[in-house]
Design a binder for this molecule. Structure first.
Ligand code: FAD
Length: 292
């Protein structure tokens, strides 16, 4: 059954079971916080003392919990927990052609170093995306992998946006107060298309990254050579948002996949990923060294 509880200080907590009910609540309370795992909101309320007035638990809304294998990729509801997603990735890499699951393999590796099991069992995909932390371990990968986000508004209209264009600034995303993230579409990779993850933290286990990244290259055979036909390289932990290395991408597209390309790309990365001496987060020299 749907639930509504009143808490101390006028806090309202709702648990809708239908998307329609959720959209009505969001229309009525545009500032409401959606919760699934509460691993971001709980910290904001308890440690940072932010007082949210309305919380909507969306963990039981079926449309936000879909996990569908499609011909062209994977459809992932925004409230799907990271542990469930991990299981699905493991299933598809066994069932599908190897070239299709390069992104899935990168996600499996990245989720391995994402928090501990308890957090992964409750934390959802959409919570990580919409928090838009500059050090999110997954957002650089959604972007690099060419994922698309489906957004639904209070009237039920759905629009699609590339993950690459969704992050606008420090914890700022392309969502109005009347919109929520509905699902994520992760396309299968093509033959000669490779996605790779990267995370450097103080500890291997259960630690926030210092720098992380998601990278994709799509190669084409031209005679004897392999030429880069498309690419996206995204870094976390180097700017207020997950940052796409645009100049590097432009440089490598159309070039042969060889040592010369690597050396050239490293020069362009220095331009794309620019950290000032006093950049927030410190350890500037250390962080820069990951680009070289
Ligand atoms: P919640 O706290 O329930 O919600 C988060 C936010 O997202 C809220 O503002 C909510 O309004 C919004 N939101 C949720 N769903 C939607 C939706 N459908 N549409 C619009 N907005 C929505 N993160 C990493 O990247 N890497 C780590 O290694 C990592 N380790 C962690 C370790 C610990 C101990 C903790 C506490 C957190 C860690 N995190 C890490 C961050 C966190 O676990 C993730 O961001 C998590 O995925 C958030 O999901 P949630 O369900 O808990 O979000």
């Amino acid at each position: 059954t749907p639930l509504y509880l009143n808490g101390f200080g006028g806090l309202k907590w709702f648990r809708p079971l239908k998307i329609q009910h959720l959209l009505e609540l969001k229309a009525k309370f545009p500032d409401a916080k959606l919760v699934v795992g509460n691993t971001e909101v709980g910290i904001e309320m308890r440690l940072k003392r932010i007082q949210y007035k309305v919380l909507i638990s969306v963990a039981h809304v079926p449309e936000l919990n879909v996990l569908h294998v499609k011909d062209d990729g994977l459809e992932i509801g925004a409230a799907v927990r990271l542990s469930e997603l991990l299981q699905m990735f493991r299933k598809v890499i066994n069932e599908r052609a190897a070239h299709e699951t390069s992104s899935c393999k990168a996600f499996i590796e990245q989720i391995k170093w994402f928090a501990g099991t308890q957090i992964k069992n409750v934390a959802c995909v959409g919570g990580n995306i919409c928090t838009a932390s500059p050090i999110s371990d997954l957002n650089p990968l959604w972007m690099a992998a060419g994922a698309k986000f489906q957004i639904i508004d209070c009237k039920g209209n759905i629009r699609t946006i590339m993950a690459e264009n969704f992050f606008l600034g420090y914890r700022k995303v392309d969502l109005t107060s009347g919109e929520i993230l509905l699902s994520i579409f992760l396309p299968w990779t093509r033959p000669f298309e490779y996605v790779k993850e990267f995370k450097q933290a103080h500890r291997r286990d259960d630690d926030i990254a210092i720098v992380n990244a998601g990278m994709r290259v799509f190669l084409e055979e031209k005679g004897e050579d392999l030429v880069v036909s498309d690419s996206l390289i995204v870094y976390g932990g180097v700017a207020p948002l997950s940052l796409s290395a645009v100049k590097t991408k432009e440089f490598i597209i159309g070039k042969n996949w060889d040592q010369e390309l690597l050396q050239g790309a490293l020069k362009f990365l220095e331009i794309d990923i620019f950290l000032k001496e006093d950049a927030p987060g410190g350890m500037v020299e250390f962080r820069k060294s990951f680009n070289t």
